[in-house]
Design a protein around this ligand. Sequence first.
Ligand code: UDP
Length: 483
Amino acid sequence: GSETTTPHVAVLVSPGMGHIIPLLEFTKRLAVDHGCHVSFLNITFEASAAQIQLLHSANLPPSLHVIDLPPADVTSGLVTEDTPILTRLCLIVQENLKCLKSVLLSLDNLPKALVIDMFCTQAFDVCEELSIPVYSFFTASPTLLSFSLYLPTLDTEVIDCQFVDLPEPVQVPGCSPVRTEDLPDPVRNRKIDEYKWYLFHVSRLLLASGIFLNAWEDLEPATVRAIRENPFYHQVINTPPVYTVGPIIKDTETVSESESGSQCLRWLDKQPRNSVVFVALGSGGTLTAQQITEVAWGLELSKQRFIWVIRAPSDGSPSGTFFNAGGEANSNEPASFLPEGFLERTKDMGLVVPSWAPQMAVLRHEATGAFWSHCGWNSTLESVANGVPMIAWPLYAEQRMNATVLEEDIGVAVKPVVEAGKEVVTRDEIERVVRMMIEGEERKAMRCRAEELKESVAKALSSPGGSSFESLSRVVKEWKAQV
Ligand code: UDP
């Protein structure tokens, strides 16, 4: 094959907007910037309205084809309301991937490579049979990657207790120690299926021909260097090449279609520069009724401007809308669960948006001064790439780990203090951090750092020459050269 051919590549994604958004963006870059023809294989189970709109948008490049996998039957008692989020996700994926071989064989020509996200590793077995190299796209941070590569070793070294009960932080080779309270949800209880699934998938990272990391050379540089240079990774466990290709985030957002989306942007147009706190908790984040009350009072008492993407309270899991993100805007009546009179009293200062906002466009807007975030990795990248400092309020998955890295290593975030023995962050604390992030002295250093990172993002992505651009380009060249 010559370098001028258009290689066919397939991309396989697991459910959830936090996976679909970056993998779709990655696919667009392969198609638009790197001359690939891409089949985007999508699992349709419990697809939300926002997801369907995203994947069936008219703006996708012509060389990108979204292919819905035939729906599998996951209803027969496999998952229930109480199944932890990752177990649920992994079971859905497992059932849906039973048709992967026939789907790959039905494509016009067999792909030169398959890129999968972290929870689709059953694909390794199928692709081995078909001799298709598989690359992993890691949708989370360098810190989680190093931890995950180390996890199988940790699992054999610690035999008699839970990791959360270890007396010392976990010393991941070459990296900052991970405090036990920051350990990701799926590894907090080693006795349940969620842990077994996580361990299963991350053990198989080593089967990949390469790992794409959604970060760039200057974000967590020490961790990226450790993964490349520390002998544990390349001599002991044989980590495949790691390519920093990020940040892979949305570049544009079609907001005209959604009423509340364009309302957000029109409202922002009327606010002073750097004056608004944007409160949004990812695709899955939900709060308890009591916590919603405290946030409302905290925002009101702070007397600062805000946009609050709000969802109905959930007293169960803090990831209540993960599988149905942006899907229930109409059934969500904020007035019914906000303190009485809140909407009226704050109508000149704030905007309450049910369920879903055009986050990237809001973060890019110059009126936005701080992002109150659950620290999902995509939200983190979007904030940093736009130079917006964060209030870090982790809720689920690996977000506690991200929040600590953001505050202590990267220096662009502050964590609200939770009083000992309390389950909620109080209104006084919320008032304090919101004020500090908009008008306090402390915000200056964080904003400077965020601005610095914004510039380093532009550099990494520039074409030609940017480190992230060139690293992806190198891999595509290898695909093109394959016969
Ligand atoms: N998002 C959005 N509007 C919202 C909430 C979320 O556009 O109101 C997008 C956000 O921009 C990000 C993704 O949904 O790209 C959430 O991914 P993240 O990794 O931050 O969190 P997760 O949803 O996986 O917990």
